[in-house]
Write a protein that binds this ligand. Structure first.
Ligand SMILES: O=C(O)c1ccc(O)c(O)c1
Ligand SMILES: [Mg+2]
Length: 623
């Protein structure tokens, strides 16, 4: 299959779009008419630019409101088509994409439409061109691919073929079995788009919310299986209308598109055993069993402050790096690395962001294979010099230029603590009962959210959960969890369109996207909070009203609610499953820790989030 992308997917000028498409290793480009109309140059100049970058224009589109027109419009429509063939000749493109008629003037009837297409085919063929017909899901008479196929079949012309657009097919929930019997040589173009499940009219849904395969909820795999059954091996093109993509970086959105196709086709190969020539073979998705460490970039002065916080949270200094100003802090299964070295990645990160999480390390089944997969997915590998005898932990660039390291037992990378760190004699301090990293929450620009969703879910064997809209005093925050089936890795992506939410203010203070909070799990939150108080840790105060309401809406006893109130613990319940959460006050730069206890509960306390955000906002105002 030849991979292509439509110019409409990307932000920028036509030149910027085409350069981004070439940089993301596509072979073909769909020229959207509007992008040509707004280009200040001739179609021949566009052709030269496309050819210079090693690309090919696979189609010019859309040609609208064609089939079923009564006279005199019918004659005008054919004259208009001839004008478009002129443009295509100059553009070096031989396929005109026609989408189904939405005009109230158009007449129905498969036979009438087929006759129109036969005539268009004749005209196209005379000029060495072809036409392809797409059923828009909101087409006036034709909105079902089975009807557009019937039109193409009856047109019975070698220059007339079908477009299958996964959005229009899947959005309407049309039965897919009829795809299987379409002759593959009559499918001139396949357009791929996913979309989140939304209850709205097809047109608005399609024009604003489409996304790359894997970023949404449509059954893309079923569509691909049906397509595969036809033996199709032609043009596979991404066609995404999405407000966030239009506002995002053309370069990174184009790479996301390529990444989504690589994963989609690899999964097709895995399901069907198909030999798909020219397709990169991906190592399997990484099986992740948790967070190995969280690394903070600090300077000498802020190291003192952070280490004070860590001590308060019950962490113990467990190791000193053999060659760098780096310390390991430990409690239960949690490792925090404090990097105050004056050289290297963490130092540069600290100069830009101040005290901040500069890296996460994940425990995976096979670290070298994980990086191989990442590289095939066009993620950015990262290398920096290592000292003699020290381990080279493989890594890729993650959110906001941070690093994502991979550690495994299989290749012995789990020995990095012993090899890279000098142990520090343990004192008799026993911690506060924190056991593991429950989740890591990252704040980002709204436009980047789908990028990082795809980054994590394409690399790791992890699933997204339905997006939640959380009310912040300054606006709405969209919150998306990505988690492994066993819950050992839980990542939260947060973003908001308002500048005044806590999440957006973090981006400003932090100078970019990054880890805003880390939730640490305890088996007994009351005892943990007790000990945190003894250590003088400041917790986020929760308003009295919250506890009054809790007493009113749950069957918790007054004593239970009192215990929660006096410890500033938020509570949620899902059937018999319970969740407890408390927060530290926000540290410099907007970062904070959360303490959680789960009793089989699988969510994140979404209904408590507005309470927490309001308290954090109130405290921020007082400062
Ligand atoms: O939204 C539209 O009008 C439109 C245009 C061309 C397409 O290929 C499509 O799927 C939708
Ligand atoms: Mg389309």
């Amino acid at each position: 299959m030849r991979k292509a992308i439509a110019t409409v997917c990307l932000s920028g000028t036509l030149t910027e779009k085409i350069e981004a498409i070439a940089a993301a290793e596509f072979k073909g480009v769909e020229i959207f008419e509007n992008d040509l109309l707004s280009f200040n140059g001739t179609p021949a100049e566009v052709r030269r630019m496309i050819e210079r970058l090693g690309l090919e224009t696979i189609t010019f589109q859309p040609f609208r409101d064609f089939e079923g027109m009564p006279e005199p419009q019918r004659a005008k429509v054919f004259a208009r088509a001839e004008r478009k063939f002129d443009v295509m000749e100059e553009l070096g493109c031989d396929l005109l994409m026609v989408c189904s008629n939405v005009s109230p003037d158009s007449l129905g009837g498969i036979e009438r439409a087929a006759a129109d297409f036969h005539e268009l085919g004749e005209r196209a063929a005379k000029r060495g061109m072809r036409v392809a017909f797409e059923a828009l899901s909101w087409g006036r008479h034709i909105h079902d691919y089975r009807d557009s196929w019937e039109v193409v079949r009856r047109a019975n012309h070698p220059a007339v073929g079908l477009v299958l657009d996964s959005f229009h097919v899947l959005a309407r929930g049309t039965d897919l079995s009829a795809i299987r019997s379409i002759p593959s040589d009559k499918i001139f173009l396949v357009q791929m788009a996913d979309a989140p499940k939304l209850d709205m009219d097809y047109l608005s849904w399609s024009r604003h919310y489409r996304c790359f395969p894997g970023q949404g909820d449509l059954p893309i795999d079923d569509f691909m299986d049906a397509l595969h059954a036809t033996g199709f091996d032609g043009l596979l093109s991404l066609e995404i209308f999405n407000d966030r993509f239009r506002a995002g970086s053309a370069r990174s959105v184009a790479i996301d598109g390529q990444r989504s196709l690589i994963v989609m086709l690899d999964e097709l190969r895995r399901r069907t055993g198909a030999a798909l020539p020219g397709l990169q073979t991906l190592p399997p998705k990484a099986v992740c069993s948790g967070v190995e460490f969280v690394e903070f970039a600090v300077d000498e002065r802020s190291a003192v402050g952070l280490e004070h916080v860590l001590k308060g949270l019950g962490f113990q200094k467990a190791g000193l790096h053999r060659s760098k100003a780096v310390t390991r802090w430990r409690q239960g299964d949690i490792n925090i690395v404090v990097n105050a070295d004056k050289e290297g990645f963490a130092h540069s990160f600290n100069i830009t962001h101040g005290t901040a999480v500069c890296a996460l390390a994940l425990r995976v089944d096979d670290a070298p294979k994980t990086v191989d997969r990442a590289i095939t997915l066009l993620d950015q590998p990262f290398q920096q010099p290592v000292g003699p005898g020290e381990m080279n932990i493989p890594a890729v660039r993650g959110l906001g230029g941070s690093l994502l390291y991979f550690v495994d037992c299989k290749t012995g990378l789990d020995r990095h603590w012993d090899l890279d760190f000098e142990p520090v004699a343990a004192d008799d301090f026993t911690g506060v009962g924190l056991e593991s990293v429950d989740h890591v929450s990252q704040s980002m620009h709204y436009e980047e959210m789908l990028t990082w969703l795809l980054f994590y879910t394409s690399l790791l064997d992890a699933q997204k959960t339905p997006i939640q809209a959380v009310i912040d005093p300054g606006g709405v925050v969209q919150s998306q969890a990505i988690e492994t089936r066993d819950g050992k890795l839980r990542l939260i992506l947060n973003a908001s369109q308002s500048q005044r939410t806590l999440s957006s203010r973090f981006l400003n203070e932090f100078f970019g996207s990054g880890v805003q909070h880390i939730a640490l799990a305890t088996g007994d939150i009351f005892s943990t909070i007790e000990r945190l108080k003894e250590n003088g840790v400041d917790l986020l105060p929760i308003p009295e009203n919250y506890y009054d309401d809790l007493e009113a809406r749950t069957d918790l006893s007054a004593e239970d609610v009192d215990r929660l109130r006096s410890a500033n613990i938020l509570y949620d319940r899902d059937g018999p499953d319970e969740y407890f959460q408390a927060y530290t006050k926000t540290l410099a730069g907007g970062f904070f820790f959360e303490i959680v206890q789960r009793r089989n509960y699988q969510g994140y306390g979404a209904m408590n989030a507005p309470i927490r955000l309001a308290s954090q906002t109130r405290l921020a105002m007082e400062v």
